[in-house]
Design a protein around this ligand. Structure first.
Ligand code: UT7
Length: 352
């Protein structure tokens, strides 16, 4: 199964959809009115990892761009990071918690298999008027969650939403597997979305999937197919398994395609983008894409040197850093693009 996507020469091109004129009506757009992020205090450096597995700072830095990552303390869960990020975003938005109508948490590392982490967040925030659910789309989860929230807002049913990407990947890491344990980190990013008709907000989105590549990046046990057992624990089947080479090739192809679809559909040239916030998986992937569309490094920021790959938290975290630093400005044209387990990939185009 592993590698089927590539062996089958699966065609990731956009099959004409880029030509369909599509735009979210101005009066229905979800505007980001607040951002936040949270990371654990504990820093795990590459040199510490050298003592755990057969690796080196030089290998990790040159192959990935990662210097250190954050690890959540014991007895804490995904919802703790999610709530911390959410409170920063809510404060900036100036929104009363009681005004929240919808909470979506994107995560592959929920506190519990059930109930959802979003319900725990709802309770901890005291958001008594909010519907709450989790969304699982791997590292593309935040992009999927933004598009979903936009859908609810376009429907006219809700006007205020909280969207969070929160992950505790350290809990699903096999610390004996050097090919994965050096990559991941814990963190959360959040945005508050509000309906508005100023012309700002989400203009368009594109979501994609190919389950044929499911086993290229997955956690083999702990679900209904292979519930937890002594054997599953002994064989580390509750940790992330990844075919890094295949995911690398997939990522480079699909990011270009989905970005092209969105830009072509909206008649926008890549150089008109003020920001491209890419999933922070590997500096080489980010740099390859940035150079292929001729954007300056300032327009495609990188923070994975400090946080590693935080899956669906990476896009909202880097977006928050740029907003908090005052570099991301009102009316900037912004694209968010991510890729990951599923396989899934997708993008959101918005005016800040
Ligand atoms: O967020 C979800 C999406 N995930 C991604 O986008 C990840 C995409 N993939 C990647 O970022 C890269 O494929 C990796 C960083 C995971 C791996 O980099 P690579 O350049 O593809 O390395 P590789 O897997 O081809 O391994 C090259 C060599 C191998 O040794 P041999 O067979 O050439 O002797 C590995 O055993 O590097 C070895 N290696 C390591 N050496 C030191 C693998 N991991 C390590 C390590 N330290 N941590």
């Amino acid at each position: 199964m592993i590698g089927d996507v590539i062996k089958n020469n699966y065609d990731y091109t956009t099959s004409g959809r880029e030509k369909i004129p599509l735009m979210i009506e101005q009066k229905n757009r979800a505007i980001i009115v607040g951002t936040g992020m949270a990371t654990p205090k504990r820093i795990l450096t590459n040199s510490e990892l050298e003592k755990i597995v057969d690796t080196s700072n030089q290998w990790i830095l040159s192959r990935t761009g990662i210097r250190e990552r954050r690890i959540l303390e014991d007895d804490h869960g995904c919802s703790d990071l999610a709530v911390e990020a959410a409170m920063v975003a809510l404060r900036e938005a100036g929104l009363e918690v009681s005004e929240l109508e919808l909470i979506i948490v994107s995560t592959v590392t929920p506190d519990y298999p059930t109930p959802s982490t979003a319900c725990l967040v709802q309770d901890k925030l005291g958001a008594r008027n909010a519907a709450a659910f989790d969304l699982s789309a791997g590292c593309t989860g935040f992009v999927y969650a933004m598009a979903s929230a936009q859908g609810f807002i376009s429907s006219g049913v809700y006007s205020n939403a909280l969207v969070i990407g929160a992950e505790v990947l350290s809990r699903v890491t096999n610390w004996n597997d050097r090919s994965t344990c050096v990559l991941f980190g814990d963190g959360a990013g959040a945005v508050v979305l509000q309906k508005g008709d100023s012309g700002r907000g989400i203009i368009d989105f594109s979501l994609k999937s190919d389950g044929g590549g499911a086993e290229l990046l997955y956690i083999p046990a702990g679900g209904s197919r292979k519930p937890a057992s002594e054997e599953s624990v002994a064989k580390h089947l509750h940790s992330v398994r990844m075919n890094g080479n295949e995911i690398f090739k997939f990522a480079v192809r699909v990011v270009d395609n989905v970005l092209e679809e969105l830009l072509t559909r909206q008649g926008i040239k890549a150089e008109m983008l003020d920001y491209l916030f890419l999933h922070q998986a590997n500096e080489r992937i980010i740099e390859h894409i940035r150079k292929s569309i001729h954007l300056t490094p300032e327009k495609v920021p990188i923070n994975l040197d400090r946080y590693g790959n935080t899956s669906s938290a990476s896009v909202p975290m880097i977006m928050h850093e740029e907003a908090a630093a005052g570099r991301l400005k009102k009316n900037d044209l912004v694209a968010l693009v991510a890729f990951g387990a599923g396989l899934t990939w997708g993008g959101v185009l918005l005016r800040w």
